[in-house]
Design a protein around this ligand. Sequence first.
Ligand code: PMP
Length: 902
Amino acid sequence: MAKSSFGLTVRAQMLGSQQDSNFLLVAAGGVAGVLKVANPAFSAAEIEAQDAAAGVIAADAELRAATVRHGPATVAVDGEPALARVLTYLPGGTLTGPGYLSPHVVEGLGTVAGRVSLALRPFTHPGLDRVLQWDLRHADRVVGVLAGHVRDAGLRARVTDAVAAAWGRVQALAAGLPVQAVHGDVTDDNVVCTIRRGLRIPDGVIDFGDLTSSWAVGELAVAITSVLRHAGAEPCSVRPAMRAFHRLRPLSAAEAAALWPLVVLRAAVLVVSGEQQAAIDDGNDYVTGALEHERRCFERAVSVPAEVMTGLILAELGLGGEPRRVPPGRVLNLGRCAVLDMSVQSDAVDQGAWLEPQLGDRLAEAMLADGYDAVATRFGEARLTESRTLAEVSPATVATGIDLWLAAPVELPAEAGVEGLVLTLSRDRTRVHVGLRAAGAPEIPPLVRPEYAAGWLALAADPAPLLGLAPGPAQGAADLLGRRAASFAAVQEHYYADPPRIERGWRQHLAATDGRVYLDMVNNVAVLGHSHPRVEAAAARQLRRLNTNSRFNYAAVVDFSERLAGLLPAPLDTVFLVNSGSEAVDLALRLALVSTGHQDVVAVREAYHGWTYASDAVSTSTADNPGALTTRPAWVHAVDPPNAYRGRYRGAQAGRYAADAVRAIAGLAAAGRPPAAFLAEPFYGNAGGMPLPDGYLAAVYAEVRRHGGLAIADEVQVGYGRLGHWFWGFEQQGVVPDVVTVAKAMGNGYPLGAVVTSRQIAARYRDAGYFFSSTGGSPVSSVIGLTVLDVIADEGLQANAARVGGHLKARLEELAGRHELIGAVHGSGLYLGVELVRDRGTLEPATEETMAICDRMLELGVIIQPTSDRMCVLKIKPPLCLDIAGADYFADALDRVLTEGW
Ligand code: PMP
């Protein structure tokens, strides 16, 4: 057909389509286009309109559209005439298939739908005048006619019921819904993407077969319905598309209110049409394969009541009204009533109490025993007590009513009407639940998931005034990031574009204000786990007694110095106490410069050591400071990163890094600039926790010492037991440095740092230099430092790092066997790195993918971030109390993301 009608010499490859016949045409020089044979049911005017509309859309510089290259020509299909033409082929692929769609991709889909809608607004053509089953204006009739094809009676009933309800809603709004030309099928199957740095950017549209006049908002409804069939999608997943569409082509309140009912109608039409097609075209794999997706799509569309989705959509688009208020007037007199706060910020949930089942009951009973007549919870509060750890979706935490515990039985009104609202009172074993919902609204569960809370709460009202109580917490996100941007220097970045607001930590868990709990895989500072009670108690006790500077004579600073020195081999017996890793590195460099009289320092490229002048000077990681390599002062000399995976020397060749570094040091000495120090992490942290090549530090330390310089080991990240098998990183190399810097883990988050060196080096510094830190080694710092060491020992955390880290590494290595993207798994104990590459041969870093995977992991309840100069390594350095369940959860979540997409 391509040859006879269009003179093309090509190979044709069948493409799926529900109604037309499509073929990819491949010529000698590559893809020549797509041959489209229209369903003979379509008229020439209709096809002309489709081609004209494609031209209109292609004229938008931001959009790609498949336009006509050859034809149309009349061809014979099974003896019947049909119109064929060759369209441009848009490379990049569509969003088709069941894989995960990220919020960025969903937003892109909404943007394409919005731009298409804008482009088609003025478009008119006689070919738009057609009656199509895909036109949502006919959805009730289509379902009425085709529902009989749905073989499963239960599904059939659910579809027809849902359509009746949705149709009623849309009809009530129909007069206010503008009609225009719509593409009608801007879906995952028909939106094409440009692949930019490994990620899909939707930017084009194909298949104009459903072009017609219809409700403009239908364009968006069709697009977002297609999101629902993808892995992990649920009704709230469509929000980015909705917002993007609304930004380009603002929805009216009527359109916003019609949107979810239209989604339900679209999903229903897909189900009944799919079943009908399957019945008449049994051999069409495209049709039968899609059926399962269409059903899933429908089930998801109706999984949340349409009223709730509408409330959510209105709130999301800024079209929602004020919260419903209750006219004053008490229904119940509670007497002396205490308020029970179970939010993340409540003192009642301290020290992991939120994990206790029935905490609310226990606390309420204690309050009643204290003499209160009643205890009440708060409307709209996200309760941490309802959360779960290791949960892939957010638990229902937001209260839609008030729970009451009563000292004495109270006569409850069965159901009282309050001007357009329905008061519901229900009792369980221990409490009375008071709810207030709009008349006609569906039943509201006592707790709802935070993503849907705005939708549910729009149907409810705070019953507090009826009980003589103060209203619950204000709803709506406070603009914390805006305030942060206005007051906090921007160079102090935050994790994630849209970060959860974390206000509590417990062990390896972090809790957000919406009650979601995340597994913290990134906090190497909170080595013991967050909010350790022994640290808290020690700090509080010492803060009550004394906190001053180390020029005073008190025991804690001596005890702590002895203890730290005792952890290090001879001759490292002398301690300086500071407040951070940067200060420790800065001081270590000063010790070296002053005690050797030399002026140069050799450091390793792609490393980070701090932000102070000197520690920044030796920091060459471009991930932390993009200008790091061009702003080196002349006294800093950087040697190659000894990266055995992707550096200059790999695998068995990695032994050569030492010789190069030795040569560099010897060269400096020969040039009359013998270095004062060689400074490096003794286990390569910034690269994701890689051991240095065997013998590396022994050789380099020997050379720098031969020229009178010092060996400085920066143990700020890797020391203190994290590596599992070794307490200090330098032990792995079988060397003893001259100076060790420590921080981070030392204080479990309280600012502590230390430099430990020999008596002799400290004495040389004493003679030529000066050191005093107002808070370094303070009684509180020292006591915290001692407690952290006690807990590491008492709770066996180093051994736990070896055990759980070993298990996790094995799990990650198993994933590497199944997922091409994992290039390597680095690390030891609970300092692990999963390096992601686009190609295992070239090791092209999968930088954007790594960030996208981190975002998806957050959705699944895991906090993880990238590291390395290429930002392509997942850095795994959780609190050392991580257990096997947490490690498995992380590995399973990563497996899921690598399987479903990101
Ligand atoms: N050295 C290393 C190896 C580090 O990783 C860091 C912090 N990331 C520092 C020094 C600086 O420590 P701080 O942030 O406590 O100043």
